[in-house]
Design a protein around this ligand. Structure first.
Ligand code: MTE
Ligand code: MO
Length: 411
């Protein structure tokens, strides 16, 4: 008789093993010996940063699913390098991928003829375009909301601006022909649902057809001049800037052209939705009072110096960073060293293309030794500025675009 607490040791499923092989880029030779629930050492927390090719200063918020954020000072580059990009996954990483027979199907109620393209065919048939595009998680800044909301407690670093290369989604849709009743486009990726249920999707979100038709809405196959890294959607990803990054589907195999608002996983309230009118923090509201987040709000990040850095009184301090405003342009950025009482303007560059972040800098002369905070505030071209306090509380903690602040010690 087995002891009372005896549990049958379940051995790992082949599908899970394929996921591990995908991440590691090689087969796990004695993988069939691994018990269920076992995480290979190389995929445990800090070790995994190396496996994913990430800078060791990144912060692991969760490893089931993988969510990793970048501290502000690591985002100093004009174009974010792969090793400094945050990772946000809603499900299990996809299994090992063979790009040579990767297919993309376009279907849905509003396509005239459903079609499946082979990745290679797409590359020869459609013109490639490259844009620098900001992708910011809708929950970036969530950690500041009070009362706290569930989900990854992101600080400020769930944002990046890489150079993405791919085909315009609109070129594919024009090639295919879509019906006049098309209103929405949804994506489907190969990542698995956290439950392990193969019939459920981790996430399948979408965008209005007008957004799909913008020049910068890409089906990307390259990032910063190389193949897209595995964790960021290799070999094919939708890149839709200006909206919450959750609409930029990774590992896409299918795009659905819908005659109604896409109803995939995480399209239902309150996912990626905010209340239509401001609400009392902590209160409950019903689903019909939510609306889907579209354009992200104006925001900025001081990426140099690193918060807490020390400087001599005699020299001017150069601060620099980036600002972006969803579908809008940033008109100005200013800084304050007196807790928001007075503001001075920063030098601000134009974006290299629509939806790229804009770089700013300023030279600050301090006149007394001591502790300071430098706050940055961006204003978009419709005159809306970042708030100095955390903006409207919402049940999922989205859209915190409060001014970024860093500490500076003048010695
Ligand atoms: N297939 C798939 N696409 C996805 C996700 C996902 O979990 N699965 N996460 C989304 C969310 S919520 C964000 S913020 C971005 C994160 O992109 P990154 O991991 O490349 O930084 O991918 C989006 N696309
Ligand atoms: Mo996200």
């Amino acid at each position: 008789m087995p002891p009372k607490n005896y549990k049958r040791r379940k051995f790992i499923k082949e599908s899970t093993l394929a996921v591990f092989s995908g991440i590691l880029g090689m087969d796990v030779v004695f993988g069939s010996n691994m018990p269920e629930g076992y995480i290979p050492v190389l995929l445990q927390e800090q070790e995994s940063l190396k496996t994913f090719g990430k800078n060791s200063a990144l912060i692991v918020l969760n490893d089931k699913p993988w969510n990793v954020e970048s501290p502000a000072h690591l985002l100093d580059d004009r174009i974010t390098p792969a090793d400094k990009m945050f990772i946000r996954n809603n499900g299990l990483l996809p299994p090992k991928t063979d790009p040579s027979n990767w297919k993309l199907t376009i279907k849905g109620e509003s396509v005239l003829n459903e079609k499946t393209y082979i990745l290679q065919e797409l590359k020869s048939k459609f013109v490639s375009h490259t844009y620098q595009l900001v992708l910011e998680c809708g929950g970036n800044g969530r950690g500041e909301f009070y009362p706290p909301t569930e989900g990854n407690q992101w600080g400020v670093g769930a944002v990046h601006c890489a150079a993405w290369t791919g085909f315009r989604l609109k070129d594919l849709l024009n090639d295919l022909g879509i019906k006049a009743d098309a209103v929405y486009v949804g994506y489907h990726g190969t990542d698995g649902h956290l439950s392990g249920d193969a019939n459920r999707e981790a996430i399948s979100r979408g965008i209005p057809i007008a957004k799909a038709m913008q020049d910068e809405t890409l089906i990307a196959y390259a990032m910063n001049g190389k193949d897209i890294p595995m964790v960021h959607g290799y070999p094919l990803r939708l890149v839709v800037s200006g909206y919450p990054a959750s609409v930029s589907g990774k590992w896409i195999h299918t795009i659905s052209i819908r005659n109604k608002v896409h109803d995939g996983s995480k399209m239902e309230a309150p996912s990626y939705m905010v209340p239509k009118v401001p609400m009392e923090p902590g209160a409950n509201i019903s689903s019909e009072n939510f609306q889907i987040i579209e354009s992200m709000p104006v925001k900025s990040l001081i990426t140099y110096p690193k918060s807490g850095a020390e400087f001599g009184l005699t020299r001017k301090l150069e601060i620099r960073g980036h600002a972006w405003a969803g579908e809008k342009k940033v008109k100005s950025v200013s800084y304050s060293i007196d807790f928001g009482s007075t503001w001075q303007s920063c030098h601000l560059e134009s974006p290299v293309n629509r939806f790229a972040w804009q770089h700013f800098n300023a030279q600050i002369q301090f006149h007394q030794k001591g502790y300071y905070e430098v706050w940055a505030k961006a204003t978009d071209d419709s005159g809306i500025s970042q708030p100095m306090v955390v903006p409207g509380w919402n049940p999922k903690g989205y859209l915190n675009n409060a001014c970024h602040r860093i500490a500076v010690k003048v010695v």
